[in-house]
Design a protein around this ligand. Structure first.
Ligand SMILES: [Fe+2]
Ligand SMILES: [Fe+2]
Length: 288
């Protein structure tokens, strides 16, 4: 959130904070890897000369990825009026950029982010990221920017959060301290953008994307993708307006959002973005 609402920090135990800060500073966090097949698909999709048969070959060797791709391709998010019944059809109809997007969604929804005992929180974070991705895509469409890149900016912007949550849970267990969600959130909020940027680099995704993730709470620090960082910051707040939760923002705050001027978004365009909310919510809900 871009300092839209007053935030009262609750301190996490000093030992847990120290351990977390040291591990982040030393680069000692265990950053989750993408599942092998998803990682190969993402790499192939980054190559502009790739042909669809190469992607199909990788996907078809992994039954779980293939099944999830088929499911997602026919979901509210991607499905058209006619069902897609084969992998070749999915690839031909949706194209390389959408397949990369789907591989990342499947990875984020699947094993990459599992924090035992905190499933509901992680699920809420995923829903928030998906809503942010949908709003980012709408902003990009209205600015005539790349919509696929926008979707990934939103999807991945808070990717550092579940990794840090896992670290805080482990730290609390190590020092025998009860887990306090509000205190954990304050510590995670302070570090997640940096850790998220590292993860995007670690996954060998485009560097522009890593910059957006790293600076989504401080977009003026972005140098190569400042527009996309600002877009993601606004999409993040629109997603907080849409979905109830502890970080929910008021519509009045969105109407006075400090980035509207820099993004050149006029009141009627903002009204259209807010009006897109119910559609975004229905999509998020359909995705589980
Ligand atoms: Fe964030
Ligand atoms: Fe966020």
């Amino acid at each position: 959130m871009l300092a839209l609402s007053p935030f009262t920090p609750v301190q996490l135990d000093a030992q847990v904070i120290r351990r977390l800060a040291e591990r982040v500073a030393k680069g000692a966090l265990e950053l989750p890897v993408l599942p092998e097949a998803a990682s190969k698909v993402v790499q192939l999709c980054n190559d502009p000369t790739v042909d669809l048969a190469q992607i199909a070959a990788v996907v078809s060797r992994d039954a779980s990825l293939a099944g999830n791709l088929m499911r997602l391709a026919n979901s509210t998010l991607y499905g058209g009026t006619n069902p897609l019944v084969s992998l070749d059809q999915v690839l031909a109809r949706l194209g390389v950029a959408k397949v990369r997007e789907m591989a990342l969604i499947i990875s984020c929804q699947g094993k990459v982010f599992k924090v035992a005992g905190h499933e509901n929180l992680v699920k809420a974070q995923f829903r928030h990221c998906l809503a942010t991705a949908l709003f980012a895509q709408e902003i990009a469409r209205s600015r005539r920017w790349n919509v696929e890149e926008a979707f990934l900016c939103g999807l991945l912007h808070d990717i550092g959060r579940p990794v840090l949550l896992q670290e805080v849970v482990e730290g609390c267990a190590m020092f025998g301290i009860p887990f306090d969600p509000a205190a954990a959130d304050a510590a995670i909020s302070a570090l997640h953008a940096r850790v998220g940027g590292e993860m995007v680099r670690h996954w060998k995704l485009p560097v522009r994307l890593a910059e957006v993730v790293q600076f989504h709470h401080d977009p003026m620090k972005a140098t190569t993708a400042r527009n996309q960082a600002m877009m993601t910051a606004l999409a993040d707040d629109l997603a907080h307006l849409l979905l109830a939760g502890p970080k929910q923002v008021a519509e009045d705050s969105i109407r006075e959002h400090p980035l509207l001027g820099d993004l050149n978004i006029y009141p009627d365009e903002l009204a259209a973005l807010i009006a897109f909310g119910p559609k975004a919510k229905a999509t998020v809900e359909a995705m589980g």
